[in-house]
Write a protein that binds this ligand. Structure first.
Ligand code: UDP
Length: 240
């Protein structure tokens, strides 16, 4: 399968991607490795912005199930993404990648507030912009934030780094002969409830014609390989 070349991409990293082999929190070695992947992609000529999740620290829905007020729990989840964003920024700057964090919840002493035009300018100057605090609204996820920022920043594609190498017709961790799609349409993902991103994120990408590239971020060097049209991944897009 030949994949189109994507110049400007939004990379969605779930909080779990920063956890490494651990069960919670931020693993410095894993975070450094991810920073290295981003640097390689930039050196290969791509413009990148990043949305980080917070599930390695706090998830609103899980906390609400245990009795927390959902809205407060979601704000706590958004604050967790800010910690991850700062960790990612630190790792990137250590290896010489110019980075800015913009938070959807203004937090003047640790990051810039989210200002679209300013983020655009940073990207034009070759900086990696990390978007923190999701959409800034409870009842959303960082997947939806990723789709939203990808649309706002005029990205050619949303790269979703996961722990599997693409989208399968059934859960490959449970069903032995599950098969992987090379390409699949947004409508199939929604109608078959395939686990890619949450439905609002998928619908936002579909409506704005932003392909979602699902790939394994745990494999060293994979981001650059997939960006070059090599390596294993699934591309979710509108039907021609
Ligand atoms: N969250 C939210 N609004 C947003 C983005 C995130 O309320 O726009 C909260 C929500 O509670 C979520 C938590 O932040 O559970 C962490 O984000 P997410 O679960 O998307 O992180 P990931 O699964 O990518 O690590």
């Amino acid at each position: 399968m030949t994949r189109p070349r994507f110049n400007r991409i939004l990379l969605k990293l779930s909080g779990e991607a920063l956890m490494g082999e651990g069960q919670f929190g931020i693993d410095p070695d894993t975070t450094s490795r991810l920073a290295g992947e981003i640097k390689q992609a930039q050196e290969a000529g791509h413009e990148l912005c990043v949305v980080v999740g917070g599930g390695n620290i706090f998830r609103g829905l899980a906390a609400a199930a245990k009795g927390f007020d959902r809205t407060s729990a979601d704000y706590m989840g958004m604050l967790a993404t800010v910690m991850n964003a700062l960790a990612m920024q630190n790792a990137l700057e250590k290896i010489g990648v110019d980075t800015r964090v913009q938070s959807a919840i203004p937090m003047a002493s640790v990051s810039e507030p989210y200002i679209r035009r300013r983020a655009m300018r940073h990207m034009e100057k070759g900086r990696v912009v990390i978007f923190a605090a999701g959409t800034g609204n409870p009842f959303f996820t960082t997947d939806t934030a990723a789709a939203l920022r990808a649309a706002e920043m005029g990205c050619d594609a949303l790269f979703k780094g996961t722990s599997v190498d693409g989208v399968y017709n059934a859960d490959p961790k449970k069903v032995r002969d599950a098969t992987r799609y090379d390409q699949v349409s947004f409508s199939r993902v929604l109608s078959d409830d395939l686990k890619v991103m949450d439905a609002s994120a998928v619908a936002l990408c579909r409506d704005n014609n932003i392909p979602i590239v699902v790939f394994n971020i745990r494999e060293q060097g994979n981001l650059v390989r997939v960006l070059a049209g090599e390596g294993v991944a699934t591309i979710v897009r509108n039907e021609e």
